[in-house]
Design a protein around this ligand. Sequence first.
Ligand code: DGJ
Length: 398
Amino acid sequence: MPPLVLNHSSRPVVEVPLIRSCFRENCVHWTDTQGQRIEAHGAGLLQSPLDHRWYWYGESEKYANLWGSWPLNESARHERRAAVRQAAPGVNLYSAGSLEGPWRFEGRVLSQWMIRARLGQNSGPWIVERPKVIFCARTSQFVMWFHLDDSEYHFRRVGVATSSGPAGPFRFVHALQPDGLPSLDMSLFHDPGDGVGYFVRSVNNSYMGISRLSADMLNTTGIISTYSVLEGMAIFRLANGTYYMITSHLTGWDPNPLVLLRAAGSTLDNPLWVNMGNPTGHQTSFNSQPTFVVECRDVSGDAFFVYLADNWIHAGPRGLKDAGYIWLPFSFGDQSVSLPKKWGWSMRNPFANNAPSHGRTQGGGARNRSMRHVNTAGLAAGGVRVTEPSNSHGDSCV
Ligand code: DGJ
């Protein structure tokens, strides 16, 4: 979780949890309630409709030498088997009462061993990336989708798993190529407007395709729209109905300029994406690659959107093993949307000046209710002014 910061002023001291993104090597790594580093990359977040807790699903720590430890020798000493088992890629889960944390480790909710049980005891090791979970009201199941691949990224499938609760246990249902097409980077989008689920992915690293999910959310029902090839996609939607998608280009683990797309069309069947460029204005997007967008409300109930991203290889000397997190609020202006670099900010008042780039952190700046919240987004299709947060799932993030 982000460290707690004291607000030193003549007024009563208030503890304001600040989100301190990991932009560079000497960052403070986020830790869970046990003081362990949070290992949940390529994240997908969900506020459970059952208990309203936040659940953060993500890739386990990137393994330094997975291939050297594989195949697992069944005669290997027990301790070594346990070590390999722990290090093999899977999905970690953390939960918290608020998006600010503190985050409690709930365990490895999807493991290499569940996949092997389905795809063959001698198969693997399997790459597990970008897990996303949505709740299917029709079946009352939590449905997880993730990019499932071999070490050469030739398998190009998704894995689907289900659970009756947000914290698992998840049951591996199947591996598939949605709509019969090879699939790499992927995400899910649960439309807050009508509850429809969508799947977006890089099709064979040739183009990006969006499909609607089946009623049980275990499959897709055909591609409904395409765009040029991008990855690290995350779709979100304003209360006025306008869809956005934040994405990156394809440069492996290296960061590159983000691409923000705004739909001029009113559906994802015909989104008519308008390329709004790189909202960070920075060549490597502060060393980030998108993974998800969460809609939040601040303490006043105003809606804003949080960009969730990974700093894959610029967060520590060990590269991928030291991957860190970058979370920033989208700032909506009259004619543009930006992602300003913020060293420390509060979900309670996301557009206050919370922390200088260097030196001592200051808590809680003056409230700056402004164009930055989505309710003044002049970019909305048809120029509609938005007055209600679009999060039909309800609760605040703080
Ligand atoms: C970029 C993707 O966004 C990541 O999820 C991962 O697949 C890497 N490429 C692998 O190089």
